[in-house]
Design a protein around this ligand. Sequence first.
Ligand code: ZN
Length: 318
Amino acid sequence: MSEGNFIRESGVTRVVDVSDEDERNFLEIFRDKFQGEVKESLEIEKTPEILELINDFNKNLKQFFQRYGVEWMEVPAGNIHLLDLSSLSEEQKTRIKFDGSFKSIVQHLVLIDYSDKDFSALAVTLVHEMIHFNSFQSWQKGQRGAESLPMTNKETNEKLFLNQRRQGINVFDVNGRSFFREIDEAVVTELAIEFDQEFFSKTKGLKDEVALRDQIFSEAAPDPSKRRLVRKIIEHPENEEDRRFQIFSYKYGEERKKFWEIVKEIFEKNRDEFTTEEDVFNLFVQACMTGRLLPLARIYEKTFGPGSFRKLGEETKK
Ligand SMILES: [Zn+2]
C-alpha cells in the first residue's frame, strides 16, 4: 500500500505479511471498530467536565504532536470509557491492575473513574492513554489466539488470523510478549508529563491545582529538572511553622530513571550527532509515534555495541 495517500481511519496504520487486498480489508475492520460503539460493564456517563477535558486534550495534543512532526489523530469521546468501581468489593478492586488501558484490538480505551477524588490523576492517565492511541500500531499475519483478530477472505474463503506486531516501541512476538515495553511506557509517560507541564495550567478544571503545585514547587525545590518527578503537591495546613506537604509522583518512576540514563549515555557518546539530550529523546518519540525503529536501533548499537538493542528489548519486555 502506498504510504503517500494513506488516510488513518483508526489507530492502526499497517497490516503486514498479507496481500494488499487483505490489508485493506483488515484496515476496514479496524476502522469499524474505531467507529463502532462499545459499552463496558461498570461504565458510567461522562460528566460535562470530563467531556470538556477530552475536547481540550484533543485540541492541545494536535498542537503538541505538530512540534514533534508526527501525525495526530483525534480520539473521540465515544472511544473513551469511564469505569466506576464503587459497586465492586475490595477484593475485586485489587484484581484490576490498571488506571487506564488502551488495546489496539478494540480501538477504544478505558479509564478507572476517580475524578471526584483526584481529577488531575484522571487527566494524566487520560492523556497517557490518548498518546498510546496515537502511537504507531501495526498487525501481522499470525495464528489463532486470545488476542488474535480473524478474517475470512471473501474470494478464497481462506481464514486469516492477525497478531499484534507493534504498538509504539513495543515489538510483539507470536506469543503476545512485548519487547521494549518499559521503554515504551517511559517515553509515553515522559510525553504525558511534558503535556501536563505545558497545557494543564491552561485547562479548566486543572489550572487551580496546577497553580498550587507550581507555586509550592518554585518555593521548595526550584530546580526545574525535578519537575518531571512531581505530579501533585498537597499542603497540609495544620501547622504553620512546620509546613507539611504530601507529594504524588508520576508513574513509571524506575523505568523513566533507567530510560534517562540511556538517553544521557547516547548523548554523551554521540555529541557529533546530537546537540542536546532532547534530540536523543526525540529519536525515541519518533520510533514510538511513526514506528521507525531503525534510526534508534542504529545509534543504540553504535553506543552500546552489536546486539545490544535486541538485549534491551529482552530486558524491558513484559
Ligand atoms: Zn501506558
